[in-house]
Design a protein around this ligand. Structure first.
Ligand code: NDP
Length: 342
């Protein structure tokens, strides 16, 4: 049954540090009517992603922040329920940006039809969508791994990291994962195919990482920052590449960490080892790179060469706690909220 109202989760207050449930508020609005050229769609799956934490902050970033009282943004899979747009009809399944709500209007520019034969449409949010593309672009276009090189991946069982590791293996590299805890590390090796995985919570993590990379590190896929990067830095080889995808260890930080200023040491390494460190924002690359990604990834998925573990959360009202848990590392795999039935 479709809801007769539009439930929305809005930003109630800006978090200081870790978000709390109080920072979110559930509201109910009338379901909007599409005007000429518009599409109304009902959200089925909502993707939860670490970048959402950044949008809760005030101040400049690579996209404007969510306004106080504004609906939390987010990628979705949704079903068209009313259309006055020539390219979309009722019943179509689309990838969309409905955000944290049951229904949203669109002018169609942000909608993409999902192949009705896709057995698992939620994968349009992960393996076959933004997450998979992030892994593919960062690793192949910036990391440029060569067969036989050592690729180290932070948050190796996370949504992005798990795909990076699997592609790194397809490219013939030695893939070393970094993950939190024995269960995730076992999964990284047994299921994702990493050659080895190191627990970043182990007291001797840095020593274990050094032992696991006897030939140094050629590509480090950065998802995390913090203590993990500090352990990686001394191990980077001459001409190493570091795609900087995310820094989740810092997203809840309210001030700089205490301790010595490591910038001179970092820059000295970058210089003497000729290291390439390059950040990227995947939204910049859809127009030029998404088609190539789809060409490569679709057969990999169909042939079972790349897979995605999904962590489903039932109900829109559970999204705030699920985002808090995601940031704290309490989920295992790509976090997807079941908002309405398929
Ligand atoms: P993940 O699934 O990797 O994020 C959650 C995981 O991060 C947790 O399960 C935890 O894994 C790990 N983590 C959290 N805090 C720490 C910490 N202090 N130290 C080490 N690990 C930590 O999320 P995604 O795969 O969706 O995203 C990965 C990164 O990529 C994020 O930083 C995200 O912001 C970024 N990103 C960037 C994009 C871009 O365009 N540049 C696009 C998409 C994502 P564990 O239990 O193993 O510690």
């Amino acid at each position: 049954m479709s809801p007769a109202i539009n439930r929305q989760i809005v930003l109630n207050s800006r978090p200081r540090g870790e978000p709390t449930l109080h920072d979110f508020r559930l509201e109910e609005q009338a379901i909007p009517e599409p005007g000429d050229g518009q599409v109304l769609s009902r959200t089925i799956y909502l993707s939860l992603d670490p970048y959402m934490r950044g949008r809760m902050n005030e101040g400049p970033s690579y996209v404007p922040p969510i306004a106080l009282g504004g609906v939390m943004g987010g990628g979705t899979v949704s079903r068209v329920v009313a259309s006055r747009h020539p390219s979309f009809k009722v019943g179509d399944l689309v990838s969309s940006f409905n955000g944290w709500q049951d229904y949203a209007l669109s002018d169609g520019s942000d909608l993409n039809l999902i192949d009705s034969r896709l057995a698992q449409p939620s994968l349009a949010l992960s393996l076959l969508g933004m997450t998979g593309f992030t892994a593919y672009h960062g690793l192949l276009n910036i990391g440029k791994p060569q067969a036989g090189e050592t690729v180290v991946v932070a948050s190796a069982t996370g949504a992005v990291g798990s795909v990076v590791g699997q592609i790194a293996k397809l490219k013939g590299t030695r893939a070393v994962g970094i993950a939190g805890g024995a269960e995730k590390c076992r999964y990284a090796v047994d299921v994702l195919g990493f050659d080895v995985c190191i627990d970043h919570r182990a007291p001797d993590f840095a020593a274990q990482l050094a032992a696991a990379t006897p030939d140094g590190i050629d590509v480090y896929f950065e998802n995390v920052g913090g203590a993990v990067f500090e352990a990686v830095l001394p191990l980077l080889n001459i001409n190493a590449r570091v795609p900087v995808c995310g820094l989740i260890a810092h997203y809840n930080a309210t001030e700089l960490p205490a301790g010595p200023n490591l910038v001179p040491q970092l820059m000295s390494r970058v210089l003497t080892r000729r290291i390439l460190i390059q950040g990227f924002i995947i939204a910049d690359h859809f127009a030029t790179g998404f088609a190539a990604f789809q060409r490569d990834m679709s057969p990999w998925v169909a042939e079972g060469k790349v897979q995605m573990r999904e962590a489903f959360v039932d109900g829109l009202e559970q999204a705030p706690q699920a985002l808090i848990d995601l940031l704290a590392g309490r989920h295992f795999g790509k976090v997807v909220v079941n908002v309405n039935p398929l």
